[in-house]
Design a binder for this molecule. Structure first.
Ligand code: PLP
Length: 426
């Protein structure tokens, strides 16, 4: 049996309908922006392997920091103990975050980072004697992960309908996504604000927090909202004392052109959730960053007011060491990030005659195509050596920052040819 057949016999893959999915592709190695299958066919990883490999594959500096840390200290319980890589990582992040985001809580992935923020927000209100605040606000299309709390606040992502009977109460606001040449955006924003205000009139005193992906929703199709809209929403909810959770699991670490999307909105949330790019795609790790105000509300003589949450691998030193190096690389990547942004703008121009709703922000570009050609495109992209994973009728490019100018330009030319010929055959 080959690897693909052995896999098929024993493994259950994520987000996959195994009955209809094609065969999985065994990957043998990866380097820079490319992954290589067992026949040495290479694929340009235009989605940074589910958005994590911000510096590309096989980065030597990250690999070496992992090796060195493994030889010193691979793991230690993080309750009652600490270590250099964890502290150093948080100190480094604090330098590029707003001053008031100064308390860092570790967990393992994006879902747990959100789970932690939701639990902290809920318990914060309990600890300060306002236990009536237990409803959450979020946006239609918001995706926050696959654990129960994260699924509940992402109820309108459409991914988790099978579980919705078990969710806690979440009020969902329409999301005014927009693109180049959209002339209805102002109207969509007004409608969203109207719905939000109705919720607040009725439930304002019972809402604990709002959870959102700032600037761009990832999983629901790279849907961009205008920063002034997000700013308005936050101003309104804050006037009701509602806490603000920014889920920057996807947008963090340079994706939107700035270190974090919050910089472009000009808002400091009460909680910031980080994961995906944090270790450059080498190891799972996450952080929930919050303020001294929140932290202080959990101090007391009784354990009951403490935050009873922790994972076996909390702040794993090897993952933290990878993250420290990934952060150093990020500080050096500013020019590459700017270049990718301008290549996206040119690339989308090239595609404009065969696709719709072109949009880009920082290192993320997206466009829509006719839904019926998606299955054909998927196969043709792979044949052409492009790793792209459409979301519904949306195709997006979210490349690692190390991608070469020529590779990205060529990718756009190939995409144009494939979409063009597929449309003329369909
Ligand atoms: C991917 C993602 C998550 C979930 O992260 P996992 O590591 O897959 O659990 C949460 N929020 C956003 C915005 C994401 O893109």
């Amino acid at each position: 049996m080959n690897l693909s057949e052995r896999d098929n016999k024993i493994i259950w893959h994520p987000f996959t309908q195994a009955k209809t999915a094609g065969r999985v592709i065994p990957i043998k190695r990866a380097s820079g922006a490319y992954i290589y299958d067992e026949n040495d066919k290479r694929y340009l990883d235009l989605i940074s392997s589910w958005w994590v490999n911000i510096h590309g594959h096989g980065n030597k500096r990250i690999a070496e920091s992992i090796y060195e840390q493994s030889m010193k200290l691979e793991h230690v319980i993080f309750a009652g103990f600490t270590h250099e890589p964890a502290v150093k990582l948080c100190e480094g992040l604090q330098k590029i975050l707003p001053d008031s985001l100064c308390k860092f809580f570790f967990s393992d992935n994006g879902s747990t980072a959100v789970e932690v923020a939701i639990k902290m927000a809920y318990q914060y209100w309990k600890n300060v004697g306002k236990s009536e605040k237990k409803i959450f606000l979020s946006f239609d299309g918001g995706y926050h992960g696959d654990t129960f709390g994260a699924m509940a606040v992402g109820a309108k992502s459409g991914f988790h309908d099978q579980f919705k009977d078990l969710f806690f109460t979440v009020l969902s606001v329409p999301y005014p996504d927009t693109w180049g040449g959209d002339d209805e955006v102002a109207e969509k924003e007004l409608n969203a604000i109207k719905v939000l205000e109705e919720y607040l009139d009725q439930y304002g005193d019972n809402i604990a927090a709002i959870v959102l992906e700032p600037l761009i929703q990832g999983a629901s199709g790279m849907r961009i909202a205008r920063p002034e809209f997000i700013r308005k929403v936050i101003d309104i909810v804050r006037s009701f004392g509602i806490l603000v959770i920014f889920d920057e699991v996807m947008t963090g670490f340079g994706r939107t052109g700035t270190f974090f999307a919050l910089e472009q909105i000009g808002i400091t949330p009460d909680f910031l959730c980080l994961s995906k790019g944090i270790t450059g795609g080498f190891l799972p790790l996450a952080l929930t960053v919050t303020t001294l105000d929140i932290y202080n509300a959990f101090l007391g003589n009784d354990f009951k007011v403490a935050f009873a949450h922790g994972h076996s691998y909390t702040a794993n030193p090897i993952a933290c060491a990878a993250a420290v190096t990934s952060l150093e690389l990020l500080l050096e990547a500013k020019d590459s990030i700017d270049t990718i942004n301008s290549l996206h703008v040119d690339g989308l121009d090239l595609l404009r005659s065969v696709v719709t709703r072109t949009r880009s922000i920082g290192t993320i570009a997206a466009f829509d195509v006719r839904q019926d050609i998606i299955p054909h495109l998927k196969i043709r992209f792979l044949d052409a050596g492009l790793l792209l994973r459409p979301l519904g009728s949306t195709i997006y490019l979210l490349p690692p920052y190390c991608i070469s100018d020529d590779d990205l330009k060529q990718a756009y030319r190939t995409i144009f040819e494939i979409v063009d010929t597929t449309l003329s055959r369909a």
